[in-house]
Design a binder for this molecule. Structure first.
Ligand SMILES: [Zn+2]
Length: 514
């Protein structure tokens, strides 16, 4: 789930502290438009967010039928807007019925990130908004510094995704859309029961990336607030540095990439990390069950999972009963197979198409995310009207192509490695494809794991899906795939601090719809 950038920032917006900030700001008579300097509270935005959050909370109490009606109405508005204002969508929908409300969503063509980025200026609905200018501004924020929270040209907020497979994405939001982004992230804290108030400051530590153009940083800068002192740490820093910083800061809320959950929990269990967060929120990657168990043991508090993307803001987060509910009033989620056909509930989908109901500047309609997801078949008992995800797996882009028994290539989904390694390599693992086989790195600082057993399990798992592992296991040779397992101290991370589970020899370029 590379680039699932956002949900760290949930920490930075909580209703009570927002109310307090409004009161405080009124007292100092900060006027509209003057409150965006570094260190100041953006009062008008915060006030609007309070109203927006009230609406969002009301939708939590709807019935599923109300959600469906709302979705269709918002979708019709979006389709009409996109066809009228975006030359890209006007062309894309040219052959479709004049009245798009008569067309089922599933009959609209999907849009990939590649298509979006190559047609960016045509997709954009705001006159004069050009990708080149936006890129320039993003580079300025990253390299020169500057206030990522202030609106560019008095209007636009923007963020970029790094794209672990090389495809960079750039996204822009106008004021009304940005409010929806903020409200979507705020819901994560709401559902998690995070409490904050004038007498309850919420020191929040975020272990992810410190890059200023990352969506979480932009959200945080927009809503900076003295009641939520925030420490951002880069997940690429040495673990002992992160531990020392956390010990000094003593967060009440700990937000981290899921791949950091296990290492931090282990540090806590070993007595080196000494923090007592009331909630732990994981973001951006799938949470290994073993890491979750270690975190529960370490802190004994709810571990809140989120599924989010820069493009969409939050797509799902956990309710008090621990189910991962979709934010269906913000985003329509369609699990599909590799031919973009719908996948039934309970079955693993190759990818998802998302339609962001509030998107206008860059309308996202049936936009492809290459995450594998599985919808739950049973409803949750908590009373929320939104459907649940049973699973968010690895990225389809991380699927490896390996030689099969019959000489034909076999596509190996990340879940094969996950099933083989999760229970054994509890501190994390990574698979890297080489010209002759696979290098598997398991995190084992104490060097106590049985690497031969890990190797055997991977070989068996690959055999079971038809890969020709044969007699060459571990020793190489023409008859089999070389599988080498080594112990490492920590996961290797991208510049954004994310830990990719699988690295293919050459990134596959799956067929894209035009
Ligand atoms: Zn629930």
């Amino acid at each position: 789930m590379e680039m699932r950038g956002g949900p760290e920032e949930v920490a930075e917006m909580v209703s009570a502290n927002v109310s307090a900030a409004v009161g405080r700001a009124r007292a100092t008579r900060w006027g509209r438009g003057q409150a965006q300097g570094r260190g100041q509270v953006n009062v008008p935005l915060v006030a609007e967010l309070l109203v927006a959050r009230g609406r969002v909370r009301r939708r939590d109490r709807w019935r599923p039928e109300q959600v469906a009606t709302y979705q269709r109405r918002r979708l019709d508005e979006l389709l009409a807007f996109a066809r009228q204002r975006s030359s890209f969508y006007r062309t894309l929908y040219q052959s479709l019925h004049r009245d798009l409300t008569a067309v089922p969503l599933a009959q609209l063509p999907p849009v990939t990130k590649g298509t979006l980025m190559s047609s960016w200026d045509d997709v954009a609905t705001a006159p004069g908004l050009r990708l080149a200018d936006v890129e320039q501004r993003l580079a300025q924020v990253d390299e020169v510094g500057g206030d990522a929270g202030s609106a560019w040209r008095g209007r636009w907020r923007m963020a970029a995704t790094a794209g672990s497979t090389g495809q960079r994405g750039v996204f822009v939001w106008g004021p009304a859309e940005w409010l929806q982004v903020l409200a979507s992230y705020a819901r994560v804290n709401d559902w998690a029961g995070v409490e904050v108030g004038v007498r309850r400051r919420l020191p929040t530590a975020i272990v992810s990336t410190t890059r200023p153009s990352h969506q979480s940083a932009v959200v945080g800068a927009t809503l900076r607030n003295p009641l939520v002192p925030t420490l951002r740490l880069d997940a690429t820093r040495p673990l002992d540095e992160i531990v020392a910083a956390l010990n000094t800061f003593r967060p009440r809320l700990l937000v981290c990439y899921a791949s950091m959950l296990g290492p931090l929990a282990e540090e806590q269990l070993a007595g080196r990390l000494r923090v007592g967060p009331e909630r732990v929120i994981t973001a951006s990657e799938e949470t290994p069950p073993a890491a979750r168990a270690a975190a529960l043991e370490a802190w004994g508090v709810p571990i809140v999972a989120t599924y989010a993307a820069t493009e969409t803001a939050t797509i799902a987060s956990t309710c008090p009963l621990g189910s991962l509910h979709l934010y269906e009033d913000f985003v329509i989620v369609e699990p599909v197979d590799q031919d973009y056909q719908p996948v039934p509930d309970g079955e693993l989908a190759d990818r998802v198409l998302v339609t962001v109901l509030f998107s206008r500047t860059l309308p996202l309609i049936r936009y492809e995310l290459t995450d594998t997801v599985r919808l739950a078949t049973e409803p949750c008992a908590c009373g929320l009207p939104f459907r649940c995800l049973a699973e968010v797996g690895g990225r389809t882009d991380d699927t490896l192509t390996l030689p099969g028994h019959a000489g034909l290539p076999v596509a190996v989904h990340p879940i094969v490695f996950h099933d083989a390694l999760a229970a054994l390599a509890v501190h994390g693992w990574q698979v890297e494809q080489t010209p002759t086989g696979l290098d598997i790195f398991v995190v084992d600082p104490a060097r106590v794991l049985d690497l031969a057993a890990a190797q055997r399990r991977v070989a068996e798992a690959l055999e079971s899906v038809g890969v020709g592992v044969g007699v060459g296991v571990g020793v190489g040779g023409a008859t089999g795939l070389r599988i080498e397992v080594s112990a490492v101290d920590g996961l290797r991370r991208t510049t954004l601090g994310k830990a990719r589970l699988i690295r293919a020899l050459a990134a596959p370029s799956p067929d894209r719809p035009s």
